[in-house]
Write a protein that binds this ligand. Structure first.
Ligand SMILES: NC(=O)NCCC[C@H](N)C(=O)O
Length: 419
């Protein structure tokens, strides 16, 4: 499959996900924060909820699992050696011979779920660590570790060490999987002529492809301005035609504002979801438009907000309020549980959490039919019968991990949009 992501809403043709496994439970309240969770999760409940997301995706597109993709590339001796070596160097572990010799599918599982620390010497006996290789608690948020940008896959440069192995795995998959054809752009392995600032970080939750020539990117605690400068440099070097980057500054707290997609997502050709206090509130969080053409930045100017900046570029978007438009408390409560984090699998057809009632009522008042994922999966209703709909998934446990439907999906191919 050739990767191609020219929008946030084009009909989905391929998506990478990760079904959560034991890695989401392998933490205590004390280290949940280190794992970047707001709470600890119960896997058996999370699995049932996740099955709803995956079940809906399987109805509409081709779904790839990270674990399977990884198993395939680990069959190649030089790939497994290189990847394990890179991981051990990064995580300051000695290369494990026994891990290197495990079958590909077992190794894939271990690289995701972690390897327990053997209490076989004094240091290990006294260590407070439970794992020699830590579990990838956040892998089910596949959105963040790599992102489709037109015909390339940009590998994330994660802001927190606990997520760095995720982007290494994605880099290896995109470079070596026989079924995926793409150009990989990786700020950790830049082309020789591009300087990457040591403070560069980029996570997919912040990067949105509004249109082939317009990227909307959040900057805050996860994606640094230096990370966005890397994207600008790459565009300068590879594209002659005019491209636009709209940068949205984000608050650094609470943790529900980590990524742009927690406060702003595209829903349709003419509609977007917004968390009003951040997107429209009187604040010091600026919206900055950079225009790039013929290898240089032509223009940098500020706009009142993202929809206003997009309107100047010919994209007229009606904002729909997360939490409804009446009560600021409801907006705040529903944003906290990823109420603005929708995933579009076709223009006007989106997936989101069932729990955010006020947001769903607001969408319904704008013509979105509310469909239960279970009914879609069971074939009781067909998505094709609706022009606009929101398919709702259960999300009591999943939301505690800190993300929603957009965070849990990494589209690699979408059809072009008929604007
Ligand atoms: N795009 C997103 O907003 N992803 C959610 C990531 C949540 C995860 N616990 C993290 O803090 O990285």
């Amino acid at each position: 499959m050739k990767t191609s992501v020219h929008s946030e809403i084009g009909k989905l043709e391929g998506v990478i996900v990760h079904t959560p496994g034991s890695e989401v439970e392998n933490m205590t309240p004390e280290n949940a924060e280190r794992a970047l969770y707001s709470d600890i999760l119960n896997l058996s409940i999370a699995s049932k909820e996740y099955a709803q997301l995956k079940g809906v995706l399987q109805k509409v597109t081709r779904v790839f699992e990270v674990k399977d993709l990884l198993s395939v590339i680990l069959e190649k001796e030089e790939v497994r050696r290189q990847l394990l070596n890179d991981i051990c160097t990064l995580e300051k572990n000695e290369l494990s011979r026994s891990l290197l010799n495990t079958p590909a599918d077992v190794m894939s599982k271990l690289l995701i779920e972690g390897v327990a620390l053997e209490k076989n010497n004094l240091t290990n006996y006294l260590s407070n660590e439970r794992f020699w290789l830590r579990p990838l608690h956040n892998l089910f948020f596949t959105r963040d570790s790599a992102m489709g940008m037109n015909d390339s896959m940009l590998v994330g440069k994660m802001a927190n060490p606990v997520r760095e192995r995720e982007s290494m795995i994605m880099d290896a998959i995109f470079n070596h999987h026989p079924e995926i054809e793409t150009t990989v752009l990786n700020p950790s392995k830049p082309a020789s002529e591009i300087q990457v600032h040591p403070r560069s970080t980029i996570e997919g939750g912040d990067v949105q492809i509004a249109r082939e020539d317009i990227f909307v990117i959040g900057t805050g605690i996860r994606t640094s301005t230096q990370g966005i400068d890397f994207i600008i440099e790459s565009i300068k070097r590879t594209k002659k035609e005019k491209h636009h980057i709209i940068v949205q500054e984000l608050p650094s707290s609470p943790e529900s504002f980590i990524h742009l997609d927690m406060v702003f997502t595209f829903l349709n050709t003419h509609e977007c979801m917004v968390y009003p206090p951040v997107i429209f509130g009187m604040s010091r969080y600026r919206t900055i438009h950079l225009e790039i053409e013929n290898g240089r930045v032509n223009k940098i100017e500020e706009h009142p907000n993202i929809p206003a900046a997009l309107q100047k570029l010919g994209m007229d978007l009606e904002p729909i309020s997360c939490g409804g438009h009446v009560d600021a408390w409801m907006q705040e409560r529903e944003q906290w549980h990823s109420g603005a984090n929708f995933f579009a699998f076709e223009p006007g057809k989106i997936i989101g959490y069932q729990r955010n009632n006020h947001t769903l009522d607001e969408l319904n008042s704008k013509g979105y039919e509310i469909l239960a994922a279970t009914d879609v999966i069971d074939g009781k209703i067909s998505i094709d019968d609706y022009k606009k709909c929101v398919v709702t998934i259960a999300g009591s446990e999943l939301a505690r991990g800190g993300g929603g439907a957009r965070c849990m999906t990494q589209p690699i191919r979408r059809a072009k949009v008929n604007w």
